[in-house]
Design a protein around this ligand. Sequence first.
Ligand code: IP8
Length: 258
Amino acid sequence: MLVKLGGSVITEKGSYRTLRADALSRLAQEIKASGAAVMIVHGAGSYGHIVAARHQLQKGYSNPSQIKGAAQVMEDVRALNLEVVSRLNRAGVASVSLPPSAVAELSGGALSGLDLDRFGRYNDLGIVPVTFGDVALDSKRKFGICSGDQLMESLAERFRPERIIFVTDVDGVFTADPHSDPRASLIENVDRAALDALPRSQRNADVTGSIFGKIEVMMRIASHGGDAVAINGLAPGRLEAALRGQRVIGSKVVGGAE
Ligand code: IP8
């Protein structure tokens, strides 16, 4: 099983370096309780996106004033990662941090290298590899942003997990933004047609792209086989049930992106 703990569920996205500590601890306990073998990726949330956007780090190097910003983001996402790894260890899920700033390489913004053997070897030892959205070196742009979704795609391609679970702060993929539109309804099966029908308001971007782009990544992952689902991590018990292979409220993404 491959799990992404989205930045929106483990942090308060609008408030710099603010952890959703209770949600994170509970999710760690749910992972333990499920007994599932997992690899974990987490988003950066307010530990990454605010400063990365201020310095336009996703575009790569353009001026020396970005350097302090890049170092700040790397420090901040490490702090978040330590919160995640400590809570997993405390819950009884032995975990290790594999930071993209040290084990990944970008080329023009695309993930061109990741030390996947290292993930496999820790996994074989019974230690859960935990990686995350981070700043990484880029062979064309000097540096860039390596998103949790890029990492999910690369891990899914190599390890072919049975199920890929994206944990967010809403029930799944909606016809409109459920935070602002009371008429938004949950799309249980997301395919290419459903994706194309999403309104532009659903495509609001942060530094690593829009919801639209994230769903495309999920579609590509699902087209390798396996099951890709988006569920609500703020609803207690759903991650545990999804890890047990049970049907839970959420959206299932059907493969089909080129
Ligand atoms: O939260 C973004 O990763 P994501 C990483 O998975 C940074 O999109 C540093 C903004």
